[in-house]
Each structure stands twice: as structure tokens, then as C-alpha cells.
Design a protein around this ligand. Sequence first.
Ligand SMILES: Cc1cc2nc3c(=O)[nH]c(=O)nc-3n(C[C@H](O)[C@H](O)[C@H](O)COP(=O)(O)OP(=O)(O)OC[C@H]3O[C@@H](n4cnc5c(N)ncnc54)[C@H](O)[C@@H]3O)c2cc1C
Ligand code: FES
Ligand code: FES
Length: 466
Amino acid sequence: MIEFILNDKIIRTNANKSMTLVDFIRENRNLKGTKIVCREGDCGACTVMVGELSQDLQSVKYYTITSCISPLANAQGKHVVTVEGLNIANKLNQVQQSLKDNYASQCGFCTPGFVVAMANYCLNNNAETEQQMLDAISGNICRCTGYVAIINAAKELVESCKEQGKKYTLDQLIKHNFIPQYFASISGNLKKIQSTHQVSGEKIIAGGTDLYVQQANTLLQTPNLRYITLEQGQPVIIEDENCSISGLATVTDLFENQELQNRIPHLQDFLRLLSSEAIRNMATVAGNFVNASPIGDMSAIFLALDATLLIAHKEESREVKLKDFFLDYKKIDLKEGESIAKLWFKLPTKNSHFNFEKVSKRKHLDIATANTAMHIEVKDNRVVSCDLSVGGVAAIPKYLNKTTDFLIGKKVNNETLKQAIEVMNTEITPISDVRGTADYKRLLANQLVKAHFIKLFPELVQFGEV
Ligand SMILES: Cc1cc2nc3c(=O)[nH]c(=O)nc-3n(C[C@H](O)[C@H](O)[C@H](O)COP(=O)(O)OP(=O)(O)OC[C@H]3O[C@@H](n4cnc5c(N)ncnc54)[C@H](O)[C@@H]3O)c2cc1C
Ligand code: FES
Ligand code: FES
């Protein structure tokens, strides 16, 4: 049985756990405000808000997801809010009013998704800037308005949910008609519901953002699924120079970890390039590795951090370097029943630098044509150590063994970079596909590796000289 709160009602249901949340909402509960357009997490029409009790059990932390690629099971113990659950008796709430005042809705099909995403921004006390509001709606597509009106409404909201520069509290949001009164009693009601699940089954579903795009119907018939995100674990642990990330951690868990931001400068800018906020809230790091896409962004980033995986099966476990995990196209070193329990890596130090680059057809909600990450330590202008990955130019996310070996001990300058790129070209094997020709991808890989050096060592390597 699944137990959760949907808007203001406690739901206990024996419905198929692997059906999508949007189908449960629309078909079982007859709440048709949440729309379906793509069923692939790509448009945001099905956006709902999910609230989870904070660790001290005193408040509820809300985030958005696309309910078309999330299994019903993942709602266990949570507060799910649809656009109907934001209604205030006899009037528009402040988010709806702002969209109306700015003429930000035409056909209206995308509007419920925008309303939920913007209300979620207002509910998050730590999200205070215009950039954070834009992040909040980065996964919502509108085909009518051209966005200017929507962004005007969003900017208005950023200002209107503050008092003396501070975001409104939950009580203030209720008082000023952003959200209905019942939100005040949700934390109390969530305490009465079990939020974790017993481990059962061998086939793992994490965020579902890969699985539900490819196999939503098959999963309906698959017995013994293990909904891994309902298990317990601390997503990120940092001790001295070491960082360990749980197999349950989502991209947002990394995005929101302040210590990790301090240790890997610009990490948020890099992670912002991975899909949209709603997808990042569901997508796990481990899921990205196991999906084994040659252009997986997490794979590129953690290859360059030289991560090690702890792979577990029942009481047994083994360690595998991420660079040895990818065997061939979509073939990985993971046997049936095994799971990635955690990964760990050494954090960049004062002398080392990390950078990530990605080229895709659009900035948000798009996978890469090519991506690359580099972690390099330099002393007296010489390379002491280097880990370099590149995606989209081989059958697997590629760790550049030969290129990194070549770089170690060399002076950082235009000539070294020129030669390193020649070495790289011997170890990549791009193919032509819908994302571009083999030549184009090779050129991209070359340019992106140059970009690492030009960004990290502007005084040693110059654009135009390489
Ligand atoms: C709209 C959209 C945009 C996207 N954009 C990007 C993007 O920009 N960049 C990018 O890299 N990816 C992108 N993706 C792909 C996807 O979000 C990521 O690959 C994500 O990290 C997958 O994680 P998940 O938790 O959703 O995996 P799931 O779909 O739940 O699982 C994927 C696979 O991993 C297995 N698995 C999950 N966790 C474990 C574990 N701990 N141990 C063993 N096996 C496990 C599952 O059994 C399954 O085989 C996008 C997807 C969508 C829908
Ligand atoms: S229907 Fe498009 S994201 Fe869900
Ligand atoms: S108003 Fe028509 S899609 Fe946005």
C-alpha cells in the first residue's frame, strides 16, 4: 500500500506502485488540472510539487517534479500538490493573479505547470534571487506566449513574496494568498505517515527519469521493483579531502550542498546545465552512470573526479573505479541484483582546478552533443596530475587515459595543449548521428578541451594560439 498526502487529503491506495504519478492523479483521483503533453519529462505540463519533512521534522521542504515520469511509489510519505491544491476559495492565488496581470497565459495548456513551479519557488525560503526563479521554471515550455510575459510575471513574484528583503514564511504566504490555509497542518500530518520502504525486489527504480521515458508500460507489468530513493541515507558526506555520495543522491542534493559548492567552485553553474530543476530533483547520480549514455553529464563529471564506486549485493560489496565501469556501448560492470551503494572521490585542493563544459542544442532540458570535464593539479606551471573525460565521441563516456598520461609533467602552455589535442584525437572515435557528424563532434571535443585550459589558465594559454 502507498500512503501519502495529495493536496489536503491523506491517500491510502493499493494502485499499481509503478504507474506514473500523473496517471494516478488524473485517472484515479480525477484531478485533471495537471496536464500531459510529452510524457517524457520534457515540457513541464505535468509539474507537481512534492513536500518532504525536514530532518528536524519541524518543517516541510518542497520541490517540483514532472509527474509523467515519476512512479506512484516514490510519493510514499510525501505531500503531493497539484494545481488544484493551490486554489484559494473564490479568488485567484497570488501566482495565478500575477500570470493573469501580465497576460502570461494564452491557450493555457502549460499554465498549471507554471503555476505549480512558481508557487514552489515562493515556498522555498532559500530561493531569493531572480536566477533562482528562472531555475524554477527552466523545465516548463510554453508554445504560445514567447515567455516575455511569463518572465515578467515571475519577476513580479520574486519581489512580491518578500518583506524587508526576506522571503515570506509559510504563515506569511498563507496570509498573503500565495497558498491555501491547509499547508499549515501538513508537517503535523506527514509525521503520521511512514516515509521509508522495506527493500524488496532486484530491479531498481531511482528517480525514474531514464526508465520511465523508455519503459513506462513495461514497468507496469514488472514484479519485484526496488524503489531505491525511499531507502534511508545521507546524500553527501564530506570529511577533510574526501567526499562520499550515496547511491540515492539526486543532482539537486549536490546542487544544494553548500560545502560541496565551496570545494568545487562553479559547481552550481555546471549542474544547471543538466536538464531542468524538476528533473534534477528526481535524477540520481547513480542512475546516470547505470544508464551509461556516452553523453551522461554526471558520468563526465565524476570520471574527471576519478570516482570509485561501491557496488553492493545483499551482504557483499566490491569497489570499481568509474573509469573501469563502462565496458562498451550501454554495457557496464554491474551484475543482476547489484546496486551502486555509494561513490567517493578526493575533492579538489588549493592547487587543483575543476571545470566542466557542455554543448547542446539548447541550454536547458537538453542532453549534450559533447561534454567534457577536467580536474588538474598544477605546480610551478607544470601538470602534477590530471583527470580528463569527454562524452559524445566514443561508445562510452570516455576517460582520456593517453591524453592525461601525456599531460603529466608538461608545462602548461599553448604548445602542450596543441600536442595534447593531437593525442586526444587518437583515442576518440566519434560517429555521425542525429546530434551531429563525426567531424563536428571531433571539432567540439577539441574546442571544449581548449576551453578548459583557456578558462583555468588564461595567463598561460591564449585563444587563437592553439
Ligand atoms: C527531460 C530530461 C532531460 C534530461 N537531461 C539530461 C541531461 O541534461 N544530462 C544527463 O546526463 N542526463 C539527462 N537526462 C537523463 C536522466 O535524467 C539521468 O540519466 C538521471 O541521472 C537518471 O537517474 P534516475 O535516478 O532518474 O534513474 P532511473 O531512471 O530511475 O534509473 C536509470 C537506470 O539506473 C538504474 N539504477 C538507478 N539507481 C541505481 C543504483 N543505485 N544502483 C544500480 N542501478 C541503479 C536503474 O535500474 C535503471 O537501469 C534527462 C532526462 C530527462 C527525462
Ligand atoms: S508531460 Fe511533458 S513533462 Fe510531463
Ligand atoms: S499558453 Fe499555450 S502553451 Fe503556454
